[in-house]
Design a binder for this molecule. Structure first.
Ligand SMILES: [Zn+2]
Length: 202
């Protein structure tokens, strides 16, 4: 076998190297892979309009423009929250339940309801008692804002039955747990549970 250099082969090899270098330069300066000056400059410019918008109106305005995570807040009078806990304690070992009303989004009134199931793991309200409640609601000109019940032995989180039977999408569902004493509030809409922040009003 001959080991002599083949001039044609060398020329082909040199062309291949040149082509590869050209490809590398093209890739490096393309917008997608860009890490050479020109394309980096382009990307910074695209961000500029946002920065300009944030700077308008002075630094204090910036937070109003920035996206924020929305957390639903429920307002409840202190005595009402305490009455929920009191009711939960009195009815141990059974689950207690009741209805909450108020104005705007402030819960200011509570009505204890009888747990028709008399059960430690579930609750139900009698239809006639519900009718009486809605009559009273109208006469007081208040809004039905919430429903509460207790979990004597489990966490303050809606059970699968609670989610299934959440018939009032506009209401806040309060659950008082006696296992690790706490009260938490939730909205339950289309079987989706979302916790609300409880803000207690004196
Ligand atoms: Zn429950």
């Amino acid at each position: 076998m001959s080991s002599k250099a083949n001039p044609g082969g060398l020329a082909f090899f040199a062309l291949l190297i040149i082509w590869l270098v050209q490809r590398l330069i093209a890739i490096a300066s393309s917008p997608f892979y860009g890490f050479l000056g020109e394309s980096t400059g382009e990307r910074i410019k695209r961000r500029l309009p946002l920065t300009t918008a944030l700077d308008k109106g002075g630094g204090s305005e910036v937070t109003k423009v920035l996206p924020q995570i929305e957390v639903d807040i429920v307002l409840i009078k202190k005595e009402i929250l305490e009455a929920i806990i009191q009711h939960a304690r009195e009815d141990v070992p059974l689950e207690c339940c009741g209805l909450l009303m108020g104005q705007g989004n402030l819960i200011s009134h509570l009505r204890r309801m009888k747990n028709a199931l008399q059960s430690p793991i579930s609750y139900s309200m009698e239809p006639r008692a519900l009718l009486r409640f809605f009559k009273e609601l109208r006469s007081l000109q208040l809004i039905h804002l919430g429903i509460y019940h207790s979990h004597p032995t489990s966490e303050a989180y809606p059970s699968s039955v609670d989610v299934e039977q959440a018939y009032y999408p506009d209401c806040t569902y309060f659950i008082a747990s006696l296992r690790s004493p706490s009260v938490r509030a939730f909205s339950i809409l289309d079987r989706t549970v979302q916790e609300k922040e409880i803000q207690v009003i004196d």
